[in-house]
Design a protein around this ligand. Structure first.
Ligand SMILES: Cc1cc2nc3c(=O)[nH]c(=O)nc-3n(C[C@H](O)[C@H](O)[C@H](O)COP(=O)(O)OP(=O)(O)OC[C@H]3O[C@@H](n4cnc5c(N)ncnc54)[C@H](O)[C@@H]3O)c2cc1C
Length: 396
């Protein structure tokens, strides 16, 4: 399956593996269980790692599967279709840690990244702070130079896996190195790290988001990822790819609810006819059909461009926004047309809606996705993107 209903065949090899994992590990059922009793799914994480389903697009040289992004997106879309957002996002964790893979020393990659690919070690990403999220230029965490390394001070908030990650990539500025952000890999058991879970979330509860306080935490110099003050460039590259993957995931989930709603509307009787014979039901569903296909085509085109090495920052931002909105509309119609059962946890639609709703906020809120795209349309007079950091790009 690709992102459309009538796709050309893609990802031929990986799809059966994904389908087997979803069936054998009962991933749809597990996703519902850890929604009700939130916990990080360690056994499934390890098992996906054992099956080579973590880091599908990660380079082979650092232990990944090395698939093209289009193929990876098809696999994630299928996994999301079968089991919701949970395990597709779990599969993406190595892609969310690309700075470690690309900028970490070989020793750090061996010790921290390869175990992530095996599902043995979870890496968090700490960007957002209580006072700054969408506007990454306003982050205030500091990493002062000290003999042999850095001392990090600041509070990170909204973070996924706040108490579950073994290490985290922490973004902070180094006084004296200019305004740019630097990235550090910080083991979460170091003295000075304090972690807590925040209030329960609307959806994606298994991420157990929360706050991490860094109170003068000292890390060795080789835990800095890339040069001082230059982390934002690689992070933007990562975001560009991951937003396309997220778009594929949301379209997979939206398609699942759409297919369920179509089947239900064809058989459920009301006023002597199938629901589908009432235009009040069939018209919104045919609109979802068109929107899901259109969004799928848009995302596929951006994926192809990404595979050719083109810059797709603007398209990926719009793809995430469009896929989120499209999927939410399709899922909402499923909630509606399944009636009372649609509103209950007996069916998957309500959890799907809550989980996909994060797509408008996480990995760059929708408004910032519009800003990213607008900057690509209206460049400044030098031809470069205007006001990069000033207008902000959300980093997570
Ligand atoms: C499920 C989930 C997982 C997350 N995981 C992580 C994680 O692992 N690590 C991490 O660091 N963060 C994480 N986040 C946090 C997320 O990245 C931030 O919530 C997001 O960047 C927005 O930042 P904020 O919450 O501070 O909101 P704000 O920055 O206060 O923004 C609030 C709203 O105002 C809008 N806004 C801001 N500026 C403008 C503007 N110029 N024009 C128009 N609108 C604007 C924003 O788009 C947003 O809708 C996660 C969030 C969620 C929901």
């Amino acid at each position: 399956m690709t992102l459309r209903a009538d796709p050309p065949v893609r990802a031929a090899e990986i799809l059966p593996e994904v389908e087997r994992a979803a069936a054998e590990l009962h991933l749809a059922k597990r996703s519902a269980e850890i929604d009700r009793s939130p916990e990080f799914p360690r056994p499934e994480f390890r098992e996906l790692g054992r099956r080579g389903l973590l880091g599908l697009s990660t380079r082979r040289e650092v232990g990944g599967r090395g698939l093209p992004v289009s193929e990876t997106a098809s696999a994630l879309c299928r996994l999301a279709y079968l089991s919701g957002t949970t395990f597709a996002k779990l599969s993406l964790q190595p892609e969310f840690s690309s700075l470690l893979a690309e900028l970490g020393s070989p020793a750090l990659v061996d010790a921290q990244f390869r175990p992530l690919l095996r599902g043995e070690r979870l890496v968090g990403n700490h960007v957002t702070e209580p006072g700054a999220g969408a506007d990454a230029g306003a982050l205030s965490a500091r990493a002062e130079r000290v003999p042999g390394g850095y001392r990090i001070t600041g509070t990170k908030s909204e973070a996924a896996f706040a108490v579950d990650a073994e290490v985290a990539i922490v973004y902070a500025s180094v006084p004296g190195s200019g305004p740019g952000l630097s990235a550090f890999l910080v083991p979460q058991d170091l003295p000075g790290v304090e972690r807590s879970i925040a209030a329960e979330d609307l959806g994606e509860r298994w991420m157990r988001r929360g706050r991490v306080l860094y109170d003068g935490v000292e890390v060795p110099a080789d835990h800095r990822l890339g040069p001082e003050g230059r982390a934002f460039g690689p992070l933007k590259k990562e975001l560009s790819r991951e937003r396309l993957f997220l778009a594929a995931i949301y379209l997979g989930v939206g398609r699942a609810s759409f297919d369920d709603a179509v089947a239900h509307a064809g058989t459920r009787m009301a006023f002597g006819r199938a629901l589908s014979a009432h235009e009040g039901v069939s018209f919104p569903l045919v609109e979802d059909w068109a929107r899901l296909d259109a969004a799928g085509l848009y995302v596929e085109r951006a994926l192809d461009r990404a595979d050719r090495g083109e810059d797709v920052a603007a398209e990926s931002a719009l793809a995430k926004w469009m896929a989120t909105e499209t999927a939410l509309s399709a899922i909402d119609h499923a909630v509606q047309f399944f009636g009372g059962r649609g509103y209950s946890s007996e069916l998957a639609h309500e959890q799907r809606w809550r989980d996909v709703r994060s797509g408008g906020i996480a990995h760059g809120p929708s408004e910032i996705m519009h800003l990213v795209a607008a900057r690509a349309l209206w460049k400044d007079e030098t031809g470069r993107e205007g006001r990069r950091r000033a207008a902000g790009d959300s980093a997570t």
